[in-house]
Design a protein around this ligand. Structure first.
Ligand SMILES: C[S@@+](CC[C@H](N)C(=O)[O-])C[C@H]1O[C@@H](n2cnc3c(N)ncnc32)[C@H](O)[C@@H]1O
Length: 314
């Protein structure tokens, strides 16, 4: 069995996890610093309460029911210093084999700001894989790789694929986040992403029926969600069905899949087994898999694990 990988963002000037602890994290996104709840920060902070308050521009306080329902409840951002409600940051690792794009951030009522920074190693992987597939498609009738991003939110992974030249399809069930992703594409100087507001499972089943195929597939499904017509998404009940449907829309050769999981306490090994089963990979000795955890490291060197990933290339 392969070894587990542990990966975190490297060389990204516009993001830093400054400190963590006491069920909170203190982060810098570009010029602005914020303190947010972080249920996994079980240890003590390394900086004092005063140091956090001196540094932070804003602090998120959860509403009474926050986190209890298994879903997210809203809360309030308390402004400690002057900062805009929306601002821009850039992604770049400084390495040649990594994408560069811009993201507009904003303070949402669910403690999120529009990007999940621990995902940066996935963006780098998507960029490298899209380039690899593009090289293999250079023949008599060259075409760009087709990449589908499901549960795509504000689009960082879509931008990573687009930066590498993919014909990119971005799907999310929420119109507002798709509009947000469009703004990110435009401010990154990119164009021509195909936007779809749909239920992920419904769309993939339809694509399978139509015989449409993709060279790259990215999915980051939440624990619970809804399609635009109220279709219910429940990770534990739907993940295997979705991956099984996905297996027939991914090209059998020269393709890649990235599955990210951040809820239900799912392990990377569980993700690997479910992907292998849904894609019938045990029977395909040419498929190469890697799996592991994505984490952020604070200034004191403590690793805060935030999600697990499974990647397959063939
Ligand atoms: C946490 S986000 C994924 C993060 C994203 N991959 C990133 O790193 O930027 C989960 C997304 O799934 C979307 N979603 C939830 N249920 C859905 C469904 N049934 N079909 C499509 N998208 C759904 C939500 O609107 C949300 O944007």
């Amino acid at each position: 069995m392969n070894d587990m990988l542990l990966e975190s963002p490297a060389g990204w000037k516009d993001y830093e996890l400054i400190d963590s602890g006491g069920f909170e994290k203190l982060e810098r996104f570009g010029k602005y610093i914020m303190s947010r709840p972080e249920p996994k920060a079980l240890w003590d902070k390394s900086l004092s309460k005063k140091q956090w308050a001196d540094m932070a521009h804003t602090e998120f306080t959860a509403g009474a029911g926050f986190g209890k329902s298994g879903k997210e409840d809203s809360g309030i951002w308390h402004m400690l210093k002057k900062m805009p409600g929306q601002w821009n940051i850039s992604y770049g690792s400084g390495r040649a084999d990594s994408p560069e794009f811009n993201l507009r951030l904003g303070l949402t009522s669910f403690k999120h700001v529009g990007v999940f920074p621990e995902q940066a190693p996935n963006w780098d992987y998507i960029y490298r894989q899209t380039k690899r597939v593009a090289r293999s498609l250079k023949g008599d009738a060259p075409r760009p790789p087709k990449v589908l991003n499901l549960f795509a939110y504000t689009g960082a992974a879509s931008l990573a694929a687009k930066c590498a030249g993919a014909d990119t399809t971005h799907l999310d069930s929420v119109r507002q986040v798709v509009t947000w992703a469009k703004e990110n594409m435009q401010s990154s100087g990119l164009d021509n992403i195909r936007w779809i507001i749909e239920d992920a499972l419904k769309f993939v089943r339809r694509e399978a029926k139509r015989g449409n195929r993709y060279d790259g597939l990215i999915l980051d499904p939440p624990a619970y969600g809804h399609g635009p017509d109220g279709e219910k998404w429940k990770l534990d009940e739907c993940l295997f069905d979705l991956l099984s449907a996905c297996s027939s829309i991914v090209e059998p050769e020269n393709s890649f899949v990235v599955l990210n999981l951040y809820s239900n306490g799912y392990s990377a090994l569980l993700g690997k087994t479910v992907m292998e089963s849904a894609f019938g990979l045990k029977k395909n000795p040419r498929a190469r898999m890697e799996f592991g955890e994505l984490y952020l490291e604070d200034r004191a060197g403590r690793a805060l694990p935030l999600s697990v990933f499974v990647r397959m290339e063939r």
